[in-house]
Design a protein. Structure first.
Length: 682
């Protein structure tokens, strides 16, 4: 590793191995970069969006020449390490197998391309590693990565004693503070002036990390400056206040062996300190918002969730005053989320053709973010682009996933502002995360709409009006999936009677819903010709077993004889209906059940005849209304009956909503719920 780094001039290297039979790369060796920085990437999935897995998938050396390229190709890496560096990644290919890979990092002072000598050195290194792996495997002792990665530290330069003594006296004579850190951030030397400035003794500081032992240095700014110096090998600086009120400026000068630090008092308040020499550091609050955004986006289901996450995290993190989120569909951009704009302005930019030459479309078509620091910059580049007069800086960010155009995010600012490289890279990383989340959300919303359309087509649009009978139905999907399942209900008028059906096909997917539609159609057809409840279930059962879908269904049929105030019930393993009498007392009706539909084609379903007094309410439901994990269903059914007996019953719609709320309080979102309430009025 050290040899290839010396030959290529790389400042850091990471070597990953893929253990046999695994799908996770292990970091085996790291050089030029401390453990504190590599810890988050010690284990990397071969399917992840990361440089080494990317090189393994493509089968050749990859070169990323800028922070913005790294952020665009690897948004998670760009967000976690938002610093200036260049990167090459190459795989270890043995025959048809890929056994790992290496990533090498360079400071941005490196030329924009790898030289042929560097490419050859990396290729030869990979070939040598593969040869070593093959020999180890041939000897029956495959080379496996260590449990913890080995970190190589740079060898110290041998210095004669006289030179060392002279250097020490020279540093002690200087009127400013200075110290030396190794790449792990530990102090290897600190002069007397620096000790006085920071208010500590050499014994407590030598060998320690200053931002750990000095509480006033324990802040995101100092840590970020140190990490930036190590990764980029470029100078950085920051200011911290030693209590109670003494600002000190720290300038960090790194190389491959460590970091030299210059420490001096400064009269400038912390908030007006110049930006670090490598560009403005990422402020702690922005990082907080962005880390929270990354977490929020992983939980975002719908487009609304994604837009809300951007409003709540991105806009405050970057101190933007305006935001427009757009999706690309059929050659046009449609606004799906916004903040800080008038309806009049939005109407001018909504439904924009991708053929139009606007900053939004150009960014999306080229895949490159476009930044304008002033209103004049935007006007010169796009004279006809619509823009509110109150805005004076813009970021037009393309949202793409694997080359597919998903949409665009536009941020605008009231005041002109420079978009320094650190901020551009962060925005590029963030848009990669947003694009992935938006792609998932658009798919979810499409499936959600399809599910509702399918469910609506399979359930009755309205219940028939039947003299002497009041009917109300409810359907509530359970969980956070496609919002579709196998619960159904129906009401069929066959004068002088009416037949109600409720059922539940097992499963919560399109297959269950499609089978539910077949079962409901069969039930409806048999009920229309006046088939008795028991015979109706028998015929539907034979149909279901003939179809052999591998799914079962419960079903309850209630035939209401309104003229004689009777109800005939037949059940195929379905939860028992409830009957609330006019005086309020409620019975759990338990007709003798038959087997679930779809098990035995010859099963019989007995019919039970029960009085149905005028003014009584018959409650038919699926098990989502009473089923609570870990609780006996008979207990929850009795509890529902007691609740029904006490519930106000004047309005049947209110009663239906009350029963749904009762179920959701008991087991929120556990299962689909179908509910059918029938009240005799004469």
């Amino acid at each position: 590793m050290t040899t290839v780094m010396q030959e290529t001039g790389a400042s850091a290297g990471l070597l990953y191995l893929l253990p046999p039979g695994e799908r996770t790369l292990w970091l085996a060796l790291a050089a030029g970069i401390p453990e504190r920085i590599t810890a988050p990437v010690d284990r990397v999935s071969v399917d992840s969006v990361f440089p080494v897995p990317d090189a393994m998938r493509q089968g050749h050396l990859l070169w990323r020449s800028s922070r913005e390229q790294i952020a665009r190709y690897y948004p998670h890496l760009g967000l976690a390490v938002p610093y200036d560096f260049m990167l090459a990644a190459a795989p270890f290919v043995s025959g048809t197998a890929v056994q790992g890979g290496v990533a090498l990092l360079w400071p941005v002072r490196h030329p924009p391309r790898l030289s042929s000598h560097q490419r050859e050195a990396i290729t030869m290194f990979c070939e040598d590693v593969v040869t070593l792996l093959e020999r180890s495997e041939g000897r029956g002792r495959p080379l496996l990565p260590p449990a913890e990665p080995v970190h190589l530290l740079p060898a110290g330069k041998e210095v004669e004693h006289a030179w060392a003594s002279a250097a020490l006296r020279c540093v002690e004579r200087l009127p400013f503070g200075c110290c030396a850190l190794d790449l792990e951030g530990r102090i290897t030397y600190i002069n007397s002036v620096a000790l006085d400035l920071v208010g500590a003794d050499g014994v407590s500081l030598t060998g320690a990390r200053p931002f750990e032992v000095l509480p006033w240095l324990h802040n995101p700014v100092s840590g970020d400056s140190y990490r930036a110096a190590v990764v980029t090998r470029r100078p950085t600086s920051f200011t911290a206040v030693r209590p109670p009120d003494r600002p000190l400026r720290f300038d960090l000068y790194p190389d491959d062996s460590g970091i030299s630090v210059h420490i001096a008092p400064t009269a400038q308040p912390v908030e007006t300190v110049p930006a670090p020499l490598s560009g403005k550091h990422t402020d702690a609050m922005a990082l907080y918002h962005l880390m929270h955004l990354a977490t929020t986006l992983t939980e975002a289901l719908s487009v609304r969730d994604v837009a809300n996450a951007i409003r709540e995290q991105i806009v405050p993190a970057f101190e933007a005053q305006g935001m427009v989120l757009m999706s690309a569909d059929e050659g046009r951009l449609h606004i799906i989320g916004q903040q800080g704009y008038s309806a009049e302005f939005l109407s001018r930019v909504d439904d924009t053709s991708l053929a139009a030459d606007t900053p939004t479309t150009r960014a999306l078509l080229t895949g490159e973010a476009i930044f304008f620091s002033t209103s004049g910059d935007l006007q010169r580049a796009f004279p006809d682009a619509p823009r509110p007069e109150s805005r004076n800086a813009w970021a037009f960010l393309p949202l793409t996933v694997s080359g597919r155009r998903i949409g665009s995010l536009v941020l605008s600012f009231d005041e002109p502002r420079p978009f320094l490289p650190a901020r551009r890279a962060l925005l590029t990383s963030v848009t990669g995360l947003i694009a992935e989340a938006l792609d998932r959300a658009l798919l979810y919303d499409t499936k959600h709409a399809l599910a509702h359309s399918l469910q609506s087509s399979l359930l009755p649009r309205t219940l028939p009006r039947i003299d002497g009978l009041e009917a109300v139905a409810r359907y509530r999907p359970g969980g956070r999936g496609m919002d579709i399942g196998g619960d159904f209900y129906d009401l069929i008028q066959v004068p002088p009677t009416a037949t109600a059906a409720i059922g539940d096909v097992q499963g919560h997917n399109a297959t269950a819903a499609a089978l539910m539609g077949q079962v409901r159609t069969a039930v409806h057809a048999h009920a229309t010709v006046g088939t008795s409840p028991g015979e109706l279930l028998s015929r539907t059962n034979r149909l279901l077993t003939d179809l052999d879908p591998g799914l079962f269904a419960s079903c309850l049929i209630a035939n209401l004889d309104l003229a004689h105030h009777r109800v005939r019930l037949a059940s195929a393993g379905h939860p028992p209906p409830l009957l609330r009498h006019p005086d309020g007392h409620t019975d759990v009706l338990r007709p003798r059940p038959g087997l679930l539909l779809g098990i035995d084609p010859d099963n019989d379903y007995p019919t039970t005849d029960i009085p149905l007094p005028p003014g009584s309410v018959l409650v038919l439901y699926t098990d989502g209304l009473v089923e609570i994990p870990g609780t006996d269903i008979d207990e929850t059914t009795d509890a529902l009956a007691r609740h029904l007996a006490q519930a106000p019953c004047q309005d049947l719609d209110d009663l239906a909503d009350d029963l749904i709320r009762h179920a959701e309080r008991s087991a929120p979102g556990h299962d689909d719920i179908a509910l059918l309430l029938l009240r005799t009025t004469r």
